[in-house]
Design a protein around this ligand. Structure first.
Ligand code: HEC
Length: 112
């Protein structure tokens, strides 16, 4: 029984890793020219910081339609293009950005 549980755990977690790899590729091909993930300085904000301050849903929505969301995000103009990606790819890239800060939930809970 223990072996079965171990096997199931391995299967489900390796699947998660594969998904993040796929999502990272969407980022690399479509966002990396304007957004760093290591605290760098490009045209758009660094995704490591974005991961702290935004929910996964907000990130996906913004990526899908920046024109509709730039005001509520605090920008006075939109400099980000609307990208021709599939819904699934926007979700994937939001998953990837969200995964950059795995302890976010814990930190948010710790806030006074
Ligand atoms: C041509 C450059 C460019 C590309 C490509 C680009 N962005 Fe942006 N993005 C920006 C800029 C610039 C901003 C800051 C808002 C503004 O000035 O329009 C921004 C803002 C954002 C924000 C809001 C960040 C925040 O918390 O304030 C998100 C989320 C975002 N981009 C996601 C993406 C994703 C995901 C991709 C790829 C699928 C992507 N962007 C591709 C330029 C780009």
């Amino acid at each position: 029984m223990k072996q079965i549980i171990l096997l199931l755990t391995l299967l489900t977690t390796s699947h998660l890793f594969a998904d993040i790899e796929k999502s990272k590729a969407v980022y690399a091909a479509n966002c990396a020219m304007c957004h760093t993930v290591d605290g760098g300085n490009a045209l758009g904000p660094d995704f490591n910081m974005v991961s702290y301050t935004r929910t996964k849903e907000a990130i996906a929505n913004y990526a899908k339609d920046p024109d509709a969301h730039y005001k509520e995000f605090g920008y006075s103009a939109n400099a980000m293009p609307t990208l021709p990606l599939k819904d699934e790819e926007f979700q994937n890239v939001a998953d990837y950005i969200n995964s950059l800060q795995p302890f976010k939930k814990w930190m948010i809970k710790k806030k006074p």
